[in-house]
Design a protein around this ligand. Sequence first.
Ligand SMILES: Cc1cc2nc3c(=O)[nH]c(=O)nc-3n(C[C@H](O)[C@H](O)[C@H](O)COP(=O)(O)OP(=O)(O)OC[C@H]3O[C@@H](n4cnc5c(N)ncnc54)[C@H](O)[C@@H]3O)c2cc1C
Length: 404
Amino acid sequence: MSGKSDILIIGGGLNGLPLALALAQGGLDVTVVDARPAPARGEAGFDGRAYSLAAASCRLLRAVGVWDAVADQVQPILRIRTAGGRPDLGASPFVLTFDGAEIEDGPMGTMLEDRFLYAALLKAISAQPRIRLLSGEQVVDQGEGWALTASGLRLEARLVVGCDGRGSSTAQRAGIGRIGWDYGQTALVTAVEHEKPHGGTAHQLFLPTGPLAILPLPDNRSSIVWSERRSIAEAVRALPAEEYLAALRPRFGDFLGSLKLAGARFSYPLSLSLARSFVAPRLALVGDAAHGVHPLAGQGLNLGLRDVAALAEVVIRAARRGEDIGAPDVLARYQDWRGPETRTMALGMDAMNRLFSNENPILRLGRDLGLGAVNALPGLRRGFIRQAAGLSGHLPALLRGERP
Ligand SMILES: Cc1cc2nc3c(=O)[nH]c(=O)nc-3n(C[C@H](O)[C@H](O)[C@H](O)COP(=O)(O)OP(=O)(O)OC[C@H]3O[C@@H](n4cnc5c(N)ncnc54)[C@H](O)[C@@H]3O)c2cc1C
């Protein structure tokens, strides 16, 4: 078996797999190499991890052929309520509500559990003859170029894509530096079952020590992304289940009735990590390998899927025109498309986190009034809803639900 393909993707996570599908559907041969064995995660039970996928990301999943496999397992997000607040005192009266009914494009987002998304992607990959998925240890060949050896095969490609997450060793190997900083916060992630129905509403509560997202899942369950000052988070993480819930309750409030834990508990130290460039000779970076952002607006994977859509479009069109898909001018189109938008989003989320995660009374008043003002302006509100749905900006075909 030859180790040659058009494109070699390093990292078969939630960005690497859809990218492989999109490129293969565009007529390119793709090899995906992941450091860990593939089926382990796909077969897992519910572990509490779930993603809020913007409407545009759902269109991409439909276009690459995985939507039908997950459609029965999703929970549409019908509205988002955003407010400042304080533990014990609950949300401030200045609430900003985004109602999906204000735009004509259907639900602005959807919640989907990690296990269902990952399993559906793996199933679609196994049915695609143009994709080879290898897992396990790889040896990077010394010397020039991007050849590496995995599963006994020497792999070569005209273009390598680093989808290997925040600590991307692919980016490091290409000499791409990073900018960023530690937020001093840790996200505590779990799921809860509650007494009352959530009605499809997602809540983003900005507490002084970090934002708390309560995101609806099917049935009376919600996914929790609770960002806390690290010292507090470390102490909460170590608590037994009942005490963990007791710490969550005053922040969560009682609007959904009684609570119990409904998933495993995870913790993620939070930092901003942006690659200085998304491309290098014969290399492109996609997803967290290019940009690791604060999870407060649930945009990390959505940003990655925007990279997937843009890169697939640039590369497939270049191949059709007979261009070298790894040439600098082809990769520059990807960099120009994704670089500026990603930096703006990442720094916007950074600014929101700074503005909301503090107890300064003047800032608190300013942001409460700001939320109230946006809520009172339907035009501005609709603009934010389109942004949350991923429908603003220059959209590649896949984010419109079409193949490039
Ligand atoms: C608390 C939290 C909540 C979040 N919630 C949301 C949300 O609601 N919505 C949303 O859009 N985003 C969310 N995100 C962000 C989202 O989880 C990430 O953006 C997304 O999972 C990144 O996917 P990826 O494929 O780029 O990277 P990863 O998921 O990190 O995958 C990288 C893959 O590369 C493999 N790999 C690593 N190194 C190598 C190597 N050297 N060789 C081969 N393979 C390698 C790994 O095994 C892995 O499979 C959240 C993040 C956090 C921390």
